[in-house]
Each structure stands twice: as C-alpha cells, then as structure tokens.
Design a protein around this ligand. Structure first.
Ligand SMILES: *Cc1c(COP(=O)(O)O)cnc(C)c1O
Length: 384
C-alpha cells in the first residue's frame, strides 16, 4: 500500500538515535535543549518547548493562557479532535467557526460575523485556535487584527505546517499569534515517532509551558516560594503533567529538522505534478493563496457536483489498487462526544459539504515519480 503519508528515516537518523542509546541520558538531558533551540531558531521564535505530542502542547498552551471554566475557545471543525479537546481539558466551553470553501481553513469572514454576535451576547472567546489545514496558513494578519479588536488570544495549530510560510515569514515565528504548536507524529512532515512542541515570543508563556510540561516542578531557586533546603530540593508550583519528550526522540528530531527543507521541496514538487495532471478530472484541486508557501502536509481533492461518482466508490477503488487515500477530516462537531455537548449535523454546513466530497491523495518525501504517475493514472481510470 502507498500510504497517504510516511516517515523518511535515513542512516543519520538511526546513528543519532543509537548515539543517545549509549549515552548517559535517555531523558531530560542535553538533546532536548538542543532540539528546542533548533526549533525556535528554524521558526524565528524566541522560545520553544518540546512535548510528547501536539495534543499535550495544545493543553499546555491553553493552560498557559489561563483558559478555564466559563471561558470559550473557538476553532475550525475541519481538524483533528485534539484542536478542540484542549478546551475541554481546561474545563472551558468549545465552539466552532465554519470553514472557507476555498482554503478549507477557518473562514475569517465567518469569524468576524460570529465575533460581532458574541460581543452582543457577552460570549467572546478567550482563545481562537487557527489550524493551518494541509499546510496552508490561515489569514494570520486579518485574524490578528480581529484579536486586537475583540481581545482574544491566538494559538496556531501548525501540526500540518512546520516549514510553511505566511508573507515570507515562517510559521512558528508567532508574529501573529501568542503560541504556535507542532506535531512530530509519524504521519506529519517531520517526526520523532510521537512528539510535539510549542513556540512563543512571550517569556511568561514560555516559562509556564515549560514548568507545566514537567509536573509543575522547578529547581530554579529564583522561582521558589521558600528558601531551598539544599541541592536536592525542588518545589511544585502548579499542577502540571509529565508531557516530556525523550532524548532519543529529540536526537531524531534534530536530524529530521535538518532534512525538513528537502522534505518540503519534494512535497511542493509532487503537489505541482498532481495539479498539472488532474486538471481534466471532475475534481476541485487545492487552491493556494499567493501570499503563502505551503508545507503540503496533505493534497486534498474534492469531487465536483457534476460527477456521477460517489466519493466512497473512488476511495474503495483506489484502496483496492494499493493507494492509501484517506479522508481529512470528519467535522469534529459531528463526533458523538461533541453531539452530546449539543452540536449536531447541519451546524457548520461548509465543513460538512467538504467532508462528504474530500479525498487526500498520498504525498510525502519518499513517494517516487513512478508512484505519483501510478496514482494519477489510477485516478483517471476511476473516472472513465
Ligand atoms: C496530528 C494533529 C494533532 C495532534 O498531534 P499529536 O502529536 O498526535 O498529538 C493536532 N492537530 C492537528 C491539526 C493534527 O493534524
């Protein structure tokens, strides 16, 4: 099966992992710091914290921003459930903003409308999570302006978008946001197996996320509330978690990051080949804004209304030909857990219409030109 996404691990990755295995530290050693600095420097942010997943990073980001009971978090329904679950972990309320039918990102137009209504009802969000779907950044400057007007924080969920750019600025620089989070899960553009992280330019948010990622414990005398008892002493300042990445993972992440630009270039190349070769099919191909550079985490095509074909049939045909197509995403608000919170089918119609027609084609660094041709030819077969 040609997977829709696939990690690329080479000998330098394997050697880096092996070196850590025979070192003194498997966790909480020097590689973590090195990886955090490398991520911050790659993104052009002041600070970075690594975590054992993007889900953990989202939780820490919400906690650092003080999200709690009575607060609202808004995000896109066209995402993985983690983007909204972070609100529920904090005891906050969740709501969604429907997507733009072109980019499939949270619609800035809908956001503006919803903010106006929310202001009248005194239900403005404390946090908006912007998901850069498929690697295409959201309208960051416009949302930043709205955040100034309506007073909410911005978390960028960049699980798809490490290596993407907005107005020639790398995602993760946090020029337009408070915190950006990344995922290094094996299907993402670079991997540590499981893993994630956050970047920020705010010292206070950085310190909070860092300490919460390790039980809320500090060994920094300057932060303690009583004099230290001795060199063994630590204080628990807050109720944190064990959300730490290991040294093994950090060593892998460092080597993956060195290759990320190559990974991204290849993904861009494949997206161009798809774009040229699928024009004649009854498919809506991805629309890319001119002020962005995409990491092309996903290449999503949507079946057009005029085609007599069903998405499910195309999906099953391609799978039977060994092509691991996938569907991103089932709108979060339609999940049973979310329906129990009061959401229902019909609440966010653009995301639902999109969901019924979308199909993610394989795209990743290791995909060969022959495989890309095979996928293209197979798609043409499906529509004959
Ligand atoms: C993968 C993903 C996450 C969760 O990442 P994990 O590292 O698996 O926790 C969150 N948001 C989006 C948009 C994702 O694609």
């Amino acid at each position: 099966m040609i997977n829709y996404s696939q990690q690329w691990i080479d000998e330098t990755d394997q050697k880096a992992v092996n070196d850590v295995m025979s070192s003194n530290y498997l966790t909480q050693g020097p590689k973590i710091l090195e990886f955090e600095e490398a991520i911050a420097s790659f993104c052009g942010a002041e600070y970075s914290v690594t975590t054992n997943s993007a889900t953990s990073a989202l939780h820490l980001a919400c906690m650092a921003l003080g999200l709690g009971a009575g607060d609202w978090l808004w995000t896109s329904p066209n995402t993985f459930v983690a983007s909204s679950n972070c609100a529920l972990y904090c005891g906050a309320n969740i709501d969604f903003v429907d997507i733009c039918p072109e980019t499939y990102n949270l619609s800035t137009l809908e956001l503006r409308k919803k903010l106006e209504t929310a202001k009248k009802n005194n239900k403005l969000p404390k946090v908006v999570v912007l998901v850069h779907f498929a690697g295409q950044p959201c309208d960051l400057a416009e949302v930043k302006n709205l955040s100034r007007e309506y007073g909410f924080y911005i978390i960028e969920d960049a699980a798809h978008a490490i290596g993407s750019e907005y107005e020639n600025i790398r995602i993760g620089s946090c020029v337009y946001s408070d915190i950006t989070i990344f995922s290094f899960h094996a299907v993402k553009n670079m991997t540590t197996g499981e893993g994630g992280g956050a970047t920020t330019n705010n010292t206070n948010l950085y310190k909070k996320m860092k300490i919460l990622s390790s039980h809320g414990i500090t060994r920094d005398i300057g932060l303690m509330e009583e004099p230290s008892h001795g060199p063994w002493y630590y204080q628990m300042m807050d109720l944190g978690f064990n959300y730490r990445l290991t040294e093994i993972q950090a060593a892998l992440g460092l080597k993956q990051l060195e290759k990320l630009d190559n990974f991204t270039n290849r993904r861009n190349e494949i997206s161009r080949i798809y774009h040229e070769s699928l024009q004649s099919l009854p498919l809506k191909l991805p629309y890319t804004k001119s002020n962005i550079y995409s990491s092309w985490h996903l290449y999503v095509v949507c079946l057009k209304k005029e085609t007599k074909k069903e998405r499910k049939d195309i999906f099953l045909s391609l799978r039977s030909m060994g092509i691991g197509v996938n569907v991103h995403y089932i709108p979060v608000h339609t999940q049973p857990y979310y329906q129990k919170l009061g959401f229902k089918w019909g609440d966010f119609p653009v995301s639902e219409e999109y969901y019924h027609n979308c199909l993610s084609l394989p795209i990743h660094y290791g995909l060969t030109d022959e495989q890309v041709s095979y996928i293209i030819n197979s798609l043409h077969e499906c529509f004959k």
